[in-house]
Ligand binder design. Sequence first.
Ligand code: B4P
Length: 182
Amino acid sequence: MKKHLLFLGAPGAGKGTQAALLSQNNSYLHLSTGELLRKEIKMNTMLGIQVKDIMDKGQLVSDELVLEIVKNNLDKDNKGWILDGYPRNLSQANSLNDVLVEINQPLEIVFYLDIPEEVLINRLLIRGRKDDNEDTIRTRLKIYKKTTEPLIDYFKNLSLLEYINADRDLNTISTDIKQKMA
Ligand code: B4P
């Protein structure tokens, strides 16, 4: 059973949803950079104040800040971990690689949640989080295509990528993921 996993996909593809389901079942650490940043905003910390406007606009927080969060939260003695929303560009992928080499916990599998754009826009509009309005969603998708999508080939070249059709119901997707990580 694989225990060092990563979820890749557009905003609204279901990364957070599937990562949460999997971490409940396996007691793996679920490390969502988006969730951790939202917590900082809620607690009104220095970091939260720094990132609030950036996130509200749907832009990416700086690589340095996110790397710090990832390093602080990757539990080095855990049973396993699931990265959700990190890395989001090639520079973050390289930094992650350095951290994983250092802790000797190589990534074992990357699930790419594949989904048509119209479906995810609808999902996000229904969810209605602060950054889920039409303008911000367009910005997030544009950034995703330009900076995050190249990671699909990056992980494919490392033979780590598994395609998941994410335009299905939650449980079907979850079963598919569990079979692929066995
Ligand atoms: P995230 O929190 O990662 O948000 P997201 O990409 O929009 O995806 P999320 O995980 O929330 O949604 P999901 O697909 O699970 O990032 C938010 C912001 O944080 C970024 O814009 C950026 O500013 C910042 N940030 C985070 N990481 C960063 C990084 N590494 N570098 C720089 N900045 C960073 O689900 C969406 C909705 O679909 C949910 O309502 C869910 O219920 C629904 N859904 C899921 N699966 C479904 C299914 N199968 N069927 C029907 N509905 C489904």
